[in-house]
Design a protein around this ligand. Structure first.
Ligand code: FAD
Length: 255
């Protein structure tokens, strides 16, 4: 059962011009309640205007093993990645007003965007856009750390290089697992070095990408991005014969 707790903000750190890490200190007595699986999210409850309780969900970006220190008496740090939307009530408020030491009401983790089959040697794939990278950061770290023969390919769609959340963390992960992590960037607004025109990834290109990776062995997929992208990819993977249980989707926004 999900329960609500007051947590102290223990970390605020920029990721890009319009996104940042937000970490909550989890005291030892709440560690069990806030235990989570990679890919899950928490919900923050705030009164942005008096009398109006609002809720926003954010995926946890750190693998569980990195959240909890070995010392059972020390606080853990549960970290999320927030993208600031123009006019976004919570994200702009958090960027402008939230400070380390403040407290927020946070609901315990939940969600089903998690690994189904963790047997040795599995290949996982993710196709994400923008802030959709957040839960996948936890998944990549968790899978590659805990399953020494697993591989992960990550297709990442952003407007341009300066929009990539976790760029530095991704580079570190690639250095750590050069043979087991492949990151492929797709720019939707920036021409490539060879001058190729960039634009929204076409349906044909999307199907081809999923077909190629699946033929190369990816057997479990994580899709997180705008609804049309997720729906098209889901349909393509169904046609390729990947069972629904092995295609995970997370929609941040349905409008
Ligand atoms: C399960 C789940 C996990 C999520 N994880 C993350 C995460 O890890 N990082 C993150 O930054 N966000 C995440 N979100 C989205 C987040 O909950 C908020 O919806 C988002 O931050 C916008 O809130 P806001 O109050 O700033 O904007 P609002 O004031 O609610 O909305 C401002 C405007 O933006 C539109 N809008 C709302 N959300 C989006 C969106 N995602 N994309 C485009 N337009 C949008 C609204 O329709 C409205 O027009 C997640 C959502 C869900 C359901």
């Amino acid at each position: 059962m999900v329960t609500a707790h007051e947590l102290r903000v223990g970390l605020i750190e920029p990721l890009t011009d319009d996104s940042f890490l937000l970490g909550f200190a989890v005291p030892p007595q709440l560690r069990d309640a806030f235990a989570y699986r990679a890919g899950q999210y928490v919900t923050i409850q705030t009164e942005l205007t008096p009398g109006n309780l609002e809720r926003r969900s954010y995926s946890i970006c750190r693998p569980p093993r990195q959240a909890w220190p070995d010392d059972p008496d020390a606080d853990g740090l549960l970290v999320i990645g927030v993208k600031v939307l123009p006019g976004g009530r919570f994200s702009e408020w958090a960027r402008d007003h939230l400070r380390v030491g403040d407290t927020l009401t946070v609901l315990t983790p939940t969600g089903r965007f998690t690994v189904r089959d963790d047997s040795p040697g599995r290949s996982y794939g993710a196709l994400v856009a923008g802030s959709g990278i957040t839960p996948v950061m936890a998944l990549v770290g968790d899978v590659l750390e805990t399953n020494p023969t697993a591989t992960f390919v990550l297709h990442l769609i952003n407007r341009g290089p300066d929009q990539v959340m976790f760029a530095r963390h991704l580079e570190q992960a690639q250095r750590r697992w050069p043979d087991r992590l492949r990151v492929v960037h797709h720019w939707s607004r920036t021409p490539g070095p060879d001058g190729t025109a960039a634009g929204r990834i076409t349906d044909d290109a999307l199907v081809e990408l999923l077909r190629t990776e699946t033929a190369d062995g990816v057997s479990e997929w994580f899709l997180c991005g705008p609804q049309p992208l997720v729906v098209r990819s889901q349909a393509a993977l169904a046609e390729l014969g990947i069972g629904r249980r092995l295609v995970h989707t997370e929609l941040f926004h349905t409008g």
